[in-house]
Write a protein that binds this ligand. Structure first.
Ligand code: NOJ
Length: 533
């Protein structure tokens, strides 16, 4: 097969959350052999690549984003042989594999942190992390998950953790840390992975003086485009790190990529992460956060395309991931509802039918945009958030650390339903699932949707086929007068946000529609249509 080193410019990349995709051994926790066994499903869906959230050895205090060993596989998920098989099978099927890299912090169970605790103040081992002396926390920084970002050790020093107390931040001013991650990159590149999704890419370098910052240090801290970036996010020094990583990746064939998880605004600032000598892509969180209005979407689309075009990078699009309320539920709240850190049984509940209708329209709009799109496992089934999960099951550290003010992210992480009538809906061979699956999920199971005209699965599969056929990922956006509509190549895309149905231009031939058109062939409210002109 001819190698296409630029495959990522228009790729549709599917996020697998290993804990919740497929369980091969019946312990209620997904695993790598489970994923490998289900890869043909992703091939059939029509995605180009799979991004795997972390599967490394970890005490799982933050669902694997607390890595204890960057070169292994947690026994819960399998072993290195299973990772090799997964990569080989994906490649056989023509799918690329992207793994998650977590460089901002290690687990407190990582050998380095254990050595730092044992060696004591002033040791070179402590220099790999951010330790400080004092009677009080060294500054006012808050953890993203709530509470102080500093924890005291028994000998009186404090260490920084921007996330959970079990996730100490690394000291990226230390050359040893830099060397180690270059070696970790090579370790996985040598095993054949096609790229890395870089966790908290905007956080590695901190302001030298650890300047006080009184605003809660949410991961969204950098999203205020007006002021300077907070002292823990989006510091200039991060860029030289990614330049050095890019040099390593460029030594490997086939187009290996870096994807930034960077909560940075405005778009022009985020685009600095994807300059030609740095990363290849950055997640477009302003797009995910945009409200369901034509004005908000048009402006984020225009700003994103302009900023990325200026540096020659593809724009990415994303609606859901393992950190946010699934878009089939998010869009079931009134327009203007602020970002929700999880939903519990006592909270206002979304309008499920409206949410799914808008989610299907939103996805069809997204998949028509030029660039690369990210899908989160289960959205192809129209899966909603679990919005009534009993609190006793919650595992997200944000739930405890926020003093139960935030429900956290468990509701979007529930194991997938594959077969309506099987135990655990076919997630695994046993009736076991690490988070409870809602009793109403049979209707979302894959086997209820495959081959069923109008199902969400068939909508996604057809859209991905048409996207490829019409080269939408390599096209452009030309806005049309009137309703929210744009042309991308020979395809007209119309989304109706208004109360009245919208007519298509004469001669337009409908290729795909997120819901049926009305009896007069017009586009109803909250529907997206692709039409050939
Ligand atoms: C971003 C990840 O997506 C999230 O799940 C995690 O909790 C934080 N980074 C910390 O690693």
């Amino acid at each position: 097969m001819v190698q296409n080193d630029e495959w990522w410019r228009d790729a549709v990349i599917y996020q697998v959350y290993p804990r919740s995709f497929a369980d091969s051994d019946g312990d209620g926790m997904g695993d790598l052999p489970g994923i490998t066994g289900r890869l043909p499903h992703l091939r059939e869906l029509g995605v180009d690549a799979v991004w795997l959230s972390p599967f490394y050895p970890s005490p799982q205090h933050d669902a694997g984003y607390d890595v204890a060993d960057y070169r292994g596989v947690d026994p819960r998920f399998g072993d290195l042989g299973d990772a090799d098989k997964l990569i080989a099978e994906a490649h056989n099927l023509g799918l690329k594999i992207i793994v998650d890299l977590v460089p901002n912090h290690t687990s407190s169970e990582h050998a380095w942190f254990q050595a730092a605790l044992a060696a004591g103040p002033g040791s070179p081992e402590r220099e790999r992390y951010i330790f400080r002396d004092g009677d009080e926390p060294p500054n006012s920084w808050q953890s993203v998950f709530g509470g102080s970002a500093w924890e005291r050790t028994p000998d009186g020093q404090w260490y920084l953790h921007l996330f959970d107390v079990s996730q100490p931040d690394l000291n990226w001013d230390n050359p040893e840390v830099r060397e180690e991650f270059l070696a970790v990159l090579r370790f996985w590149l040598d095993r054949g992975v096609d790229g890395f999704r870089v966790d908290v890419a905007h956080g590695l370098v901190k302001d030298k003086n650890l300047t006080d910052w009184t605003t809660a240090s949410t991961i969204l801290g950098g999203l205020d485009p007006a002021g300077p970036p907070p002292p823990m996010w989006d510091q200039e020094g991060v860029h030289e790190i990614y330049q050095s990583w890019r040099q390593v990746l460029d030594q490997y064939p086939g187009g290996r990529i870096l994807v930034a998880e960077a909560w940075v605004a405005p778009a022009s600032r985020l685009a600095r992460y994807v300059r030609p000598d740095e990363m290849h892509q950055a997640f477009n969180f302003p797009y995910l956060e945009a409200q369901w209005t034509p004005a908000a979407l048009r402006s984020v689309i225009d700003e994103s395309l302009a900023a990325n075009d200026a540096v020659g990078a593809p724009t990415t699009w994303v609606l859901s991931n393992h950190d946010v309320v699934r878009h089939a539920s998010r869009l079931g709240f009134p327009v203007g509802t602020p970002r929700m850190p999880g939903i519990g049984a006592g909270d206002p509940q979304p309008d499920a039918a409206l949410g799914l209708r808008r989610a299907r329209a939103a996805t069809l709009l997204m998949l028509a945009l030029p660039g690369s799109a990210y899908l989160y496992q289960g959205e192809e089934l129209g899966l909603p958030e679990h919005t009534t999960m009993p609190d006793e099951f919650r595992e997200d550290p944000a739930w405890e650390r926020s003093g139960h003010a935030e429900r956290g992210r468990d509701g979007c992480r529930v194991p997938l339903p594959w077969e309506a009538d099987a135990p655990s809906y076919g997630f695994g061979p046993a009736d076991a699932s690490w988070l409870p699956q809602p009793a109403t999920w049979a209707e979302f199971a894959l086997d209820r949707q495959q081959g069923v005209a109008g199902s969400t699965w068939e909508l996604y599969r057809t859209a991905l086929g048409l996207r490829r056929e019409h080269g939408l990922g390599r096209g452009g956006v030309t806005w049309q007068d009137g309703a929210f509509a744009f042309r991308n190549g020979d395809v007209l895309v119309v989304t109706n946000f208004g109360a009245d149905a919208v007519a298509l231009p004469a001669g337009a031939r409908v290729l795909l529609s997120s819901e049926p058109l009305d009896d007069d062939g017009r586009v109803p409210t909250d529907v997206t249509v692709w039409a050939a002109l």
